[in-house]
Each structure stands twice: as C-alpha cells, then as structure tokens.
Design a protein around this ligand. Structure first.
Ligand code: MN
Length: 130
C-alpha cells in the first residue's frame, strides 16, 4: 500500500485531442501489475474531447457541473453521480455544456502499446449543439 498526498501536476489537454480548455489531474497510471489508468478531467464551458474510441472501453464518473456525452446522432446531458459505461471501440465524445463547467473521473485500460484511446476528428459546433 502507498498513500500519495495530492501533489499531482495538472496537465493541459492537448489541442489535437480537445476543443477548448481542458485540464487533467492524473489519478493513477499503468504499472507492472495493472493496465488501468484514471484521471480527473475538468472541462471549461464549451470544451470537449475530439471523437475517439477506447480499445478496452471506458467508465466516466461525473463529479461536478453539467456535461454532455455524444455518440453518432445522439447527445445526452450528464450530471454529478452519473456513470457512463462506454463499450470497446464505441465512437463517442464528452465535454462540458456551452454554459457550464464539467468534471469527470475517466477510468480505462491501456492496450498492448500503452495507449488508452484512438483519436479522430474534432467535434464540430453543429455536432456539439445537436
Ligand atoms: Mn472517452
């Protein structure tokens, strides 16, 4: 057992994977025993991921604000306490609403190459507001 005090460094979400201002606090990273990684992700109003998939799926646990979870042709509001279970290779995006912050814990396993996600196109404004 190891207790890590909160000294994590907040990382800015890179522009090739996100639209708008996104900040990620690492929670846990893969190691020799586990492929699980988790992060606490904060989205400013209007910010969202690009379209992407996860080779081993993903669980999102909403902790704050009001957010959106999108799949092709369907956008749904998510709020604190909501849990989103994303299937392996299911195309989706997640983010804040245009007028609220949103934070979630994102939990997923990495693949054999250590990658948690496969990234695609940015979510257009018309997809975001659909
Ligand atoms: Mn995802």
């Amino acid at each position: 057992m190891q207790v890590r005090k909160n000294r994590s460094v907040t990382n800015k979400g890179p522009a090739e994977w996100f639209t708008g201002d996104v900040y990620i606090d690492p929670v846990t990273a893969p190691n020799e025993y586990s492929r699980t990684m988790a992060g606490h992700v904060h989205f400013a109003p209007g910010a969202r991921t690009a379209w992407h998939t996860h080779p081993h799926g993903q669980t999102l646990y909403v902790t704050d604000g009001v957010g959106l979870i999108g799949r092709r042709g369907h956008v749904e509001e998510i709020r604190p306490g909501d849990v989103v279970e994303i299937e392996p290779d299911e195309e989706h995006w997640h983010g804040a609403t245009p007028s609220n912050f949103m934070a979630h814990v994102a939990i997923n396993d990495v693949d054999d190459q250590g990658s948690p996600a496969v990234w695609g196109d940015h979510v257009t404004d018309s997809e975001y507001t659909a």
